[in-house]
Design a binder for this molecule. Structure first.
Ligand code: NAP
Ligand code: MG
Length: 505
């Protein structure tokens, strides 16, 4: 195992048997000595043990973050120095790109191309926010002549950041980068199923020169550590990405201390193919829209609406290509579909598919757990297409979070918009058309935070990402995220030649 000594922090490269948490700039084990095991979803094999944070550890992490924030070292760094360190984080990540990719594949079961894209984006997030902070500033506002008003942006303080398992490194980067860019300190809780890359990122932050206590990473149970952070009176903000029910619970608990809250939650995103669409482009984009990341995406376009005039042509091509998708070794560059995160998720997906069948739906592709040669102990589900569905069905209304798409026909634009908006969610959406006026009209009518026009991709550094309705609130990945990690302080000063005496005494 290669080790490098830098800034008194021992850098450990390559996969290890055991991963400690990061508290106050040090790699440390649990106060109770407890560990948990993280598994490879593609093989079912144990990868490593991980220190399991107790509430005592969470308390230490909060205090470390609090001290780091209150002593002001990081937030008082000149912007160029914070930028330099953030660029160094990105640089170390680049130099360890393959290691991060292979850890992410191992821990989450995702395919090589998905992992490569997500690790690259995590790197770019640090680069983006290193640049973005230069332009993040307050304002000088018009007030009567002898007064001056300066509204400053100040970092909000200690932030608890709670991460899901579907994009373990990328979601950690979406949260850590903007928070530390503006001078906050963070306590990150990775998902229990995928803690490894967030832990390595925490180590990289320390190695790059982020002062002690600014970035802490504590794996542990959501219901104990997560709740502890959300309720803690020394934590100023909670940023959560995960399921809608837990998001609601967090918002309720955070209200007790009136924490600032950002919630990136679930989705059931519509994908509308109009009769004037380029059918081949729409087929390929729709395929990627649902099956990318094995459908385990908050913004997976899981409800597909196809105009009746092109329905048969579209579906023939869509079904044929779905059947060509390859499941298999996630590290193989020819693999399209990686593993499902665990067995309980396979069961959940299958229950949705079975419920649709019982309610009269037709399965055009897939429809059951898959067995993959050489990976028999992994967790797999066949890419699945369901038709003959309606909006009363559970599989159409609820987020399945797997490689399953429901497909319906529509006959006009008004109907398509109505169907698209008939959901409690509002995260992503996509539409396929060659009519620019229609693209503009429908984009404005859709109730979702993200609209993709003739395009399967939804997230680049700089583009706002987040939901309407029960998909949450607050936008990540963009400049306005910096506002969500700052408070605005309005300073009003008087420069008049005579003292002010409003009471006239
Ligand atoms: P989840 O079960 O809600 O868990 C997310 C995180 O919250 C995990 O770290 C979990 O810890 C923690 N947690 C669980 N209970 C908690 C509690 N009571 N208090 C505080 N934290 C708690 O979600 P998931 O299954 O990991 O992720 C899938 C969900 O995330 C989907 O609904 C998906 O749509 C959503 N998602 C949304 C976005 C977006 O940007 N909108 C992006 C990705 C994913 P443990 O791991 O220890 O349980
Ligand atoms: Mg794992």
């Amino acid at each position: 195992m290669a080790t490098v000594k830098e800034q008194n922090f021992e850098v450990l490269e390559t996969k290890r048997e055991h991963y400690g948490m990061i508290i106050n700039g040090e790699r440390t084990d649990s106060s109770s000595g407890e560990t948990f095991t993280t598994y490879n979803p593609a093989t079912g094999e144990a990868i490593a043990t991980v220190a399991k944070a107790t509430t005592e550890d969470a308390e230490r992490a909060v205090q470390a973050a609090r001290d780091a924030f209150d002593n002001g070292k990081w937030k008082k760094f000149p912007v160029n120095k914070r930028q330099r360190i953030m660029m160094k984080i990105a640089g170390i990540m680049r130099s360890r790109f393959n290691e991060l990719v292979s850890l992410e594949i191992m821990d989450s079961g995702k395919s090589l191309s998905a992992a490569q894209g997500q690790v690259m984006q995590a790197i770019e997030d640090f680069e983006f926010y290193a640049g973005a902070i230069v332009g993040h500033r307050g304002s000088v506002n018009n007030v009567p002549g002898q007064f001056q008003n300066v509204a400053e942006k100040e970092p909000v303080g200690v932030c608890a950041q709670i991460i899901p398992w579907n994009y373990p490194l990328m979601m950690a980067a979406w949260k850590i980068a903007p928070a530390i860019a503006v001078g906050c300190s963070v306590v990150v809780k990775p998902a229990s199923l995928t803690p490894l890359t967030a832990l390595v990122l925490g180590e990289i932050c320390v190695e790059a020169g982020v002062p002690q206590g600014v970035v802490n990473v504590i794996p542990g149970s959501g219901s104990t550590i997560g709740n502890y952070l959300v309720e803690h009176d020394q934590v100023d903000k909670v940023a959560f990405t995960g399921s809608t029910p837990i998001g609601k619970n967090i918002m309720e608990r955070a209200s007790q201390t009136l924490k600032r809250v950002t919630l990136e939650l679930g989705g059931k995103s519509p994908n509308i193919v109009f009769e004037d669409a380029d059918v081949d482009a729409a087929v390929d984009g729709s395929l990627f829209g649902i099956f990318y990341n094995t459908g385990q995406s908050c913004e997976a376009r899981s409800r597909l609406y196809v105009h009746e005039d092109i329905y048969d042509e579209f579906m023939e091509k869509f079904v044929a290509k779905t059947k060509q998708l390859s499941l298999g070794d996630p590290s193989d560059k020819g693999t399209h579909i990686g593993a499902i995160i665990d067995d309980s998720q396979v069961k959940t997906i299958d229950e949705y598919v079975q419920s649709a069948k019982e309610e009269g739906a037709t399965i055009l592709a897939g429809g059951k757990p898959a067995t993959v040669e050489g990976f028999e102990n992994g967790h797999w589900y066949e890419p699945t297409i369901i038709t003959d569905v309606n909006h009363e069905m559970k599989a159409v209304r609820e987020e399945i979070f797997g490689p399953v798409v429901v497909v319906m026909k529509f006959s006009n634009e008004k109907e398509a918009i109505k169907l698209a908006n008939d959901t409690v969610y509002g995260l992503g959406s996509a539409l396929w058309t060659t009519d620019y006026a229609r693209a503009t009209r429908v984009s404005k009518a859709i109730q979702a935070g993200i609209v993709m026009v003739n395009c399967p991709f939804s997230a680049f550094p700089g583009t706002p990402f987040g939901g309407y309705k029960q998909s949450g609130f607050g936008r990540e990945l963009c400049i306005e995220t910096l506002d969500l990690y700052t408070e605005t302080k309005s300073i009003i000063s008087y420069f008049g030649s005579r003292p002010l005496n409003p009471f006239g005494l």
